[in-house]
Design a protein around this ligand. Sequence first.
Ligand SMILES: Nc1ncnc2c1ncn2[C@@H]1O[C@H](COP(=O)(O)OP(=O)(O)OP(=O)(O)O)[C@@H](O)[C@H]1O
Length: 575
Amino acid sequence: MAAGSGLRNLLYPVRVRLLISGALQVFCAIGTVLPFIAITEVTRELLRGGVVPWGWVWAAVVALVVTPLVHSCSFSLSFGASRDIQYRIRRNLVDHLARVPLGWFGGVTGGGLRKLVSSDVAALTGLIGEAIPLAPRFAAVSILAISYLAWIDPLFTIVIALPVVIASVLLVHRPPVANDLEREYRRTARGLSERATELGQGMAVWKVFSGSRLADDRFVDAIDQHTRSYLATERARDRRGRLPLTLSSWSFILVWTTVWGVVFVATDLLVPADLIPFLLMCWIVSRAVWLVPTLRTLVSRSRALAESLDRAFATPELPTGDRTLAARRDITIRFAGVTFEYNRGRTVIDELDLELAPGTVTAVVGPSGSGKSTLTRLLPRFWDVTGGAITVDGVDIRRLDPAELYRLIGFVFQDVRMLRRTVADNIRLADPTASDERVRAAARAARIHDRILEEPLGYDAVIGEHVSFSGGEAQRISIARAILADPPVLVLDEATSAADPESESLVQDAIAALSRDKTVLMVAHRLETVVNADAIVVMESGRIVERGTHTELMNRGGRYANMWRPGVATTGAAG
Ligand SMILES: Nc1ncnc2c1ncn2[C@@H]1O[C@H](COP(=O)(O)OP(=O)(O)OP(=O)(O)O)[C@@H](O)[C@H]1O
């Protein structure tokens, strides 16, 4: 499904199956009404003193046997169609999400994404598999039954259908406030789901920092808002539904038909035998009140779900090119007049020029919020620059084939993500065909091999199931991953929180192994790690305010030198 497609586009590929399924349901509608007609015809004939009309009896029997079979054929067609749509939407959604900027994922909650990929898609396909084919059946049953009654006695049909018509009009012409309430109800339900996910993710922090309070105020607010909205919606529904529901209830219609039936029979407007089908079909007539509201709800629910999918598909994809580069390792990266703003009007990187010479380590330091992490995340295209360009050997990264970009540029960030797979598979991510030997060699170089062997299942242990790794250990696994991928350029966001000294020195050893013979751009949060860098750039408010080697900058006695003054570095001058 392409971005911006609507419900019609969504249903187009399965339209034939849905049409056949709907047609079979119309056939089922005939099968539902036929036994009622048969009972009526048999009774009328017998009351008239005639012989049993066996044709009607057999028609009823056949209808009772065949209808469930046709119904299951119809459902297997519509469910097959809905399964196909579900598969197609999810696959397209995942393909699309793979092309949106990586930074977009930081802005959506896991709950929102899960709801979209899982519940919204399932709800839409439930509608397609079940509700859409059942709608024509519902309509056909109502139309057939009422047409048959009108054929017997049009005037009496009008009289008994009157409460249903009034109830339908009342239900359809709801005051507009109901839509607002329902919209608010959906909004608060979404808010509650997102807050619940946030709370689940941050529970440990809440427990530690909020003492006995186990819930975030925002979560409690979300519960309050949703409860209020739920009660308001239910009260409004109840108020607006009371009269129509009474008028269209089966018991009311039965009493109404009986009373008017007696009047009609007493005044010779109706023969007693003709009252039978009306009494028998009271139930179908009373349900007809839901026909229009059900169809309206069906259409609006399908539209709302299709719109929410459409919105996800509308997230702009990163424009990609197909350029590849010669397989060389000595490539030069250049930031030329790079400007970036997350939100319009607030520049985070300001006309920045920087060249990363092949095989050199460039360290970025500067106060918190100066734009260091943002700068490094522009290179692997978490977001695209809003001005200027980043080039690899003179080619704008926006024109490079993304696979080529990630072959050239590896990144190790602080927030290491592990997949729920074996340790070996986690290391093998960039190169699934890598041999066990290469995986082990990478782990050895990343100083994590011995730790992995401490596990009974070793490299076959599933992370999160058989084994959990500490922050420093997880970081070394992600370094092993990058060592195996062996990209010529590496972006490194050094961990802010120093692990214990032993783990810290192992991470440093692993980074040294990884950085060998590579062009490295690193955000340094601790000054000791930048001393040997080939170039150090000092950032402030999105600009480079100093650049040089450690010795040059110390001799200059400027901002960098100032950071080394006791007490400054620890207050966050270096990040
Ligand atoms: N996803 C985002 N959306 C909007 N603004 C953001 C986002 N990420 C960062 N910022 C803002 O951009 C500015 C630069 O942030 P950045 O994280 O790049 O700084 P930093 O120098 O790496 O800071 P630190 O050393 O504290 O990590 C900050 O003002 C920050 O609030």
